[in-house]
Ligand binder design. Structure first.
Ligand code: PGA
Length: 249
């Protein structure tokens, strides 16, 4: 059985004190909840505060990005070692906002995924088609390209821990989520691609999340699908009650 995983992607929201308030409130709501895996991915600047507040909880910490080098003259970047040092377990890689606004290519994403695994971080690897691509019937082609290029040359033993987030770009932050069955179809395609690359055993182990306008009202539509093992949540993860509503659904 794949344990469901719900991750909060806070994007560029929340100062340290806002992070502190959120986690304190969330801990009151969620207690020691452990049925699904819960991951909180605040901005880099809040990781230290979050680390301290999450220490005595079952909830995991994640970052939203990393750079693939261990250290060096890379002004403004953050390395996997630094994230490990902050007790991060997860790191979001290849989010469509990074692809779009920071020109992240499949090749860069591939390097980041390798660096994350090499340092004991589990990537939440994001893939997804744009609206025009879906309209033109290119979803399958885009997803195949992103998955294959993103995982190119990755050792088999890492892969089973991988989390892939299927996030159709048109559903992110728009209030227009995908339909459960459509998201499930793409999740199944992703599992097929992984099976082709690494074998059926491994493809049955990896967890695939849906992301894009998930909220407490629509989450069960996604979690009830056979191939969807959780959600990556943006907007609706910013308030403790709303995020808890999604987690406990
Ligand atoms: P959203 O964002 O839930 O606000 O649509 C999801 C994401 O970008 O991961």
């Amino acid at each position: 059985m794949r344990k469901k995983i719900i991750a909060a992607n806070w994007k560029m929201y929340k100062t340290c004190s806002e992070t502190e308030n959120f986690i304190k409130e969330f801990k009151i709501l969620a207690g020691n909840y452990n049925e699904k895996e819960v991951v909180i991915c605040p901005p880099f600047t809040s990781l230290y505060v979050a680390k301290n507040l999450l220490e005595d909880t079952p909830f995991k910490l994640g970052a939203q990005n990393l750079f693939w080098e261990k250290e060096g003259a890379y002004t403004g970047e953050v390395s996997p070692i630094m994230l490990k040092d902050l007790n991060c377990s997860y790191v979001i890689i290849g989010h469509s906002e990074r692809r779009q606004y920071f020109s992240e290519s499949d090749e860069m994403i591939n390097k980041k995924i390798k660096a994350a695994f090499a340092h004991g971080l589990t990537p939440i690897f994001c893939v997804g088609e744009k609206w025009e691509e879906r309209q033109r019937g290119m979803t399958e082609e885009i997803i195949k390209r992103q998955v294959k290029n993103g995982l190119e040359g990755l050792e088999k033993n890492y892969i089973e821990n991988l989390v892939i987030a299927y996030e159709p770009v048109w559903a992110i932050g728009t209030g227009h989520s995908a339909k459960g069955e459509d998201a499930n179809e793409v999740a199944r395609l992703i599992r097929e691609i992984i099976a082709e690359m690494y074998g059926r055993d491994i493809s049955e182990k990896i967890r695939i999340q849906y992301g894009g306008s998930v909220n407490p009202q629509n989450i069960s539509e996604f979690l009830s699908q056979s191939e969807i093992d959780g959600a990556l949540v943006g907007g609706a993860s910013l308030k403790p009650e709303s995020f808890w509503g999604i987690v406990k659904s």
